[in-house]
Design a protein around this ligand. Structure first.
Ligand SMILES: NC(=O)c1ccc[n+]([C@@H]2O[C@H](COP(=O)([O-])OP(=O)(O)OC[C@H]3O[C@@H](n4cnc5c(N)ncnc54)[C@H](O)[C@@H]3O)[C@@H](O)[C@H]2O)c1
Length: 339
């Protein structure tokens, strides 16, 4: 049985507490949140778990195997460092840190301490994301030209990081996984409308090896909750709608063929003739709560001392890309190298 403390129980933390506390091989033995009013609410929700407001009580608790950190992004580095130094395994929420240097330092520290450091990139445990990865690996879509990713909602509005760090962190983790690479460069523009210096909407374009483009639209200032992804390949195309739980993926047997004469489309007539409109199919995707799978995977990695799927190395790639987006935002949209 793995004994865990959860540090940070605001909006997201309770979902982690529920999954770990209900887990077959894990138990939450302590919840820490620095806000007294939040602790009052948690008392009613988790009456059998001891509560506290000071994270330092966790580091010295020899009974604890692991710490789960679900606090705001700007606190991830300091808390994760303390937990690793105290000899605990750590699951920290995404993004791993708010800058590359800190993410790299935590990755190295986990190696040095020999502890598991996993990051809450929950989409790596999403059955639809995994299904698309299988299709891409099998070459079902052919060569990928570009991916478009939209992640919008009205709120929650963050103060410590912009919409890219908060929302696009998910999409970058998905794109890295699907393309099996880290982005090469990023260019981005954004608007800070509510709080000065904190972009509520970010429009970013990433270049991946092989000239694959990934376009990201991340915003918490939008009337609609959208989680729309389109992957365009030279053989087929697909859409992934994370809001459609029953049928999240649609594969379009559409494309453009035999259109090139001497390397370019010669006439409008030949272009029209070359568009292929095939069937649309809906692959079966197994149901399952991604967060439950994420929590079970963390417990398994701790028990076997294995490197997790959502590893610190992958999470550091995501942070490098977010850093390049941040530099581009500061430089008026200039294309910035990742890394
Ligand atoms: N994986 C996902 O899908 C997902 C979804 C939502 C949020 N998140 C991540 O989870 C983290 C938290 O997000 P949230 O929406 O729950 O934020 P939140 O602000 O609602 O909750 C954070 C909680 O942490 C507490 N806290 C802050 N500093 C602390 C400290 N030093 N010690 C103890 N408690 C402290 C706050 O009092 C608050 O209750 C963020 O990193 C966010 O990116 C991930």
């Amino acid at each position: 049985m793995i004994r865990l403390a959860v540090v940070g129980a605001g909006h997201w933390g309770p979902n982690l507490i529920r999954n770990f506390h209900d887990g077959a091989h894990s138990k939450v033995t302590r919840i820490i949140d620095s806000r007294p009013e939040r602790l009052e609410q948690l008392k009613a929700r988790f009456p059998d778990i001891p509560l506290g407001s000071d994270a330092s009580t966790v580091w010295s608790d020899a009974q604890l195997d692991a710490v789960v950190i679900a606090t705001p992004t700007h606190t991830h580095f300091a808390l994760t460092k303390k937990a690793l130094e105290a000899g605990k395994h750590v699951l920290v929420e995404k993004p791993l840190a708010d800058n590359t240097e800190d993410a790299e330092a935590l990755t190295a520290l986990a190696v040095k301490t020999g502890k598991v450091l996993m990051v809450g990139h929950v989409f790596l445990f999403n059955p639809a994301v995994r299904r698309v990865k299988q299709m891409l690996t099998a070459g079902d879509l052919g060569r990928v030209y570009y991916i478009s990713m939209v992640r919008t909602n009205l709120g929650p509005i963050r103060l410590d990081v912009n919409a890219a760090w908060d929302l696009a962190a998910h999409d970058i983790s998905i794109a890295d996984e699907w393309l099996g690479a880290q982005a090469v460069s990023a260019s981005a523009v954004g608007g800070a409308y509510i709080n000065p210096g904190v972009q509520d909407a970010v429009f970013a374009t990433l270049r991946y090896p092989g000239d694959v483009l990934v376009n990201l639209h991340a915003s918490w200032l939008n009337p609609r909750k959208n989680r729309d992804v389109t992957v365009v390949g030279d053989r087929r195309m697909l859409t992934f709608d994370d809001m459609n739980l029953q049928e999240p993926i649609r594969v379009y047997d559409k494309g453009v063929t035999e259109q090139k004469v001497g390397g370019v489309i010669d006439t409008f007539a030949s272009f029209r003739a070359s568009v292929r409109e095939g069937d649309i199919s809906i692959p079966k995707v197994p149901m399952g709560e991604p967060l439950k799978a994420e929590c079970e995977h963390f417990v398994e990695c701790v028990m076997k001392n294995q490197t997790p799927i959502a590893s610190a190395v992958k999470a550091t790639s995501v942070v490098r890309t977010l850093d390049a987006i941040a530099r581009s935002l500061a430089n008026g949209g200039r294309e910035e190298k990742v890394g």
